[in-house]
Design a protein around this ligand. Structure first.
Ligand code: URQ
Ligand code: ZN
Ligand code: ZN
Length: 479
């Protein structure tokens, strides 16, 4: 099976150039002008289009069991929707219940993901701590290719990690050469604010953002970055949604700390007015955490991307249909938290990023693919158009337009947070593992074709970090 992508402009994170791309046996075999190909090769005409690394979405939750239900998007429909939008890999999350062995949860999620149609990997959440967690983290790094461990500071009485768990897990991750990732909201503050708001008789979706004001994220971001700096472990904050949390990241990075930040396409483009919608279902459809914010945060987040203080974009794709959201009809704290986006991320970021001059095409590639590949240690296998890389490619037509709608999207959910948004710039072809899996608006996917992608530990970087952490250790005073 071979494909020749002809006549396009290749865009990587560092440069763009006119070149054909020849793919064979799932890999990129040649990149250059006027390539020849066997007569059996499938030809993709990329004239007037960009040829970019397929999107990597480092934050999804396919079929997540959460808040008494299960996300409506599964690994088959969700990865197919991603391919329709030019995303060729997701990094999802194994989230053990407290006291559930990490390896047991990991095997459970691996089973669910076998139906995926594009490549995938897993961050593993540390939601509790004992010696078995300490041991399982080693197994996951050294045998299963997990190099990132997630920590939820939100969701009290559920998956919230205590400071004690965070301390032990961060230390262990550093020992193993793994990076830590964090959902930074102060779960105790959220919980107490929720009780106060309900006590005032506010039960609708408008109560959700009231219980999670920006300072709730800012406090957690500050605290958890300080934990990481004291311990010496690199840290990645997921779905950074406020200018205050961005400021905490910017401070730490300016001080030389290895701190990375992710921003969701939704948080860049949607503001908190959605919670004032008189239509209960439309307001509840936007209940996710952190919530959508007042407008001034969006411009700050765009500047975070432009300045390099935020490195990646994601969607936190975690879908619940109306009848699931209705579990919280009389109490907003019971509305399953989550919203979609895996299909639309690239189109909305191209339209509002490249289309407005905020981002160059190269910066777009960095923010949608290359940086995630680098941070999670699968670059240049993923995240670039180069000989030897996986043939995960999106052929991007900057002139193609559409209006986003739940009526036409491939996502398995009855709502689209970008409903009605006109976008300019769409995937015309998506190539996954060297096969054309999306073309002319049609998906040509194969259930189970997706592969689990192992992500190696970061030892070289960590060895240096460990040495500097040891240097800082106080020496015993002989008396
Ligand atoms: O917090 C998350 O990232 C998961 C539980 C998805 N839900 C959400 O509201 N973001
Ligand atoms: Zn989260
Ligand atoms: Zn999430």
């Amino acid at each position: 099976m071979s494909v020749l992508i002809r006549g396009g402009t290749v865009v990587n994170a560092d440069r763009r150039f006119r070149a054909d791309v020849y793919c064979q046996d799932g890999k990129i075999k040649a990149v250059g002008p006027d390539l020849e190909a066997p007569s059996t090769a499938q030809i993709v005409d990329a004239g007037g289009q960009y040829v970019m690394p397929g999107g990597i979405d480092p934050h999804t939750h396919m079929q997540l069991p959460f808040m008494g239900t299960v996300a409506s998007e599964d690994f088959y429909t969700g990865t197919a929707a991603g391919l329709a939008g030019g995303t060729t890999m997701i990094i999802d999350f194994v989230i053990p219940n407290p006291q559930q062995p990490l390896m047991e949860a990991y095997r459970e999620w691996r089973g669910w993901a076998e139906k995926a149609v594009s490549d995938y990997s897993f961050h593993v959440a540390v939601t509790w701590w004992d010696e078995s967690v300490h041991a399982d983290m080693k197994t996951l790094v050294e045998e299963e290719g997990v190099n990132s461990f997630k920590h939820f500071m939100a969701y009290k009485n559920a998956i919230m990690a205590s400071d004690e768990t965070i301390y032990h897990s961060f230390k262990r991750a550093l020992e193993l050469g793994a990076i830590v990732t964090v959902h930074a909201e102060n779960g105790e503050l959220v919980y107490q604010l929720q009780q106060d708001i309900l006590a005032r008789g506010i039960t609708g979706p408008e109560g959700h953002p009231m219980s999670r004001p920006p300072k709730v994220e800012a406090e957690a971001a500050h605290r958890v970055i300080r934990f990481a700096e004291v311990i010496g472990v690199p840290i990645y904050l997921v779905h950074v949604s406020t200018k205050e949390a961005l400021a905490e990241i910017t401070r730490a990075r300016s001080a030389g700390s290895r701190v990375f930040g992710e921003v969701l396409a939704g948080h860049l483009l949607i503001d908190d007015s959605v919670y004032q919608n008189p239509d209960w279902g439309a307001a509840a459809a936007h209940v996710m955490s952190p919530p959508f914010r007042p407008k001034e945060h969006q411009e700050a987040l765009w500047r975070g991307l432009q300045s390099g203080n935020l490195q990646t974009t994601a969607t936190d794709h975690c879908c619940f249909c109306y009848d699931q959201k209705a579990m919280g009809r009389d109490d907003f704290t019971q509305i399953p938290n989550g919203a979609g986006g895996v299909e639309d991320r690239l189109a909305v970021l191209w339209t509002h990023g490249v289309g407005t001059g905020r981002l160059t095409p190269e910066e777009f590639v960095a923010a949608t693919s290359a940086n995630a590949a680098k941070i999670f240690n699968i670059y240049p296998r993923k995240g670039c158009i180069d000989e030897g890389a996986d043939a995960d490619i999106v052929v991007w037509d900057p002139a193609a337009t559409k209006t986003i709608s739940a009526k036409t999207h491939h996502q398995n959910v009855d709502f689209n947070i970008f409903e009605g948004m006109k976008v300019a710039g769409l995937a015309s072809h998506t190539i996954s593992q060297g096969k054309v899996v999306y073309a002319d608006g049609e998906l040509r996917v194969e259930r189970g074709a997706g592969r689990y992608i192992k992500r190696p530990a970061f030892h070289p970087m960590f060895d240096a970090l460990k040495k500097s952490a040891e240097r800082r250790q106080p020496t015993k005073v002989e008396r």
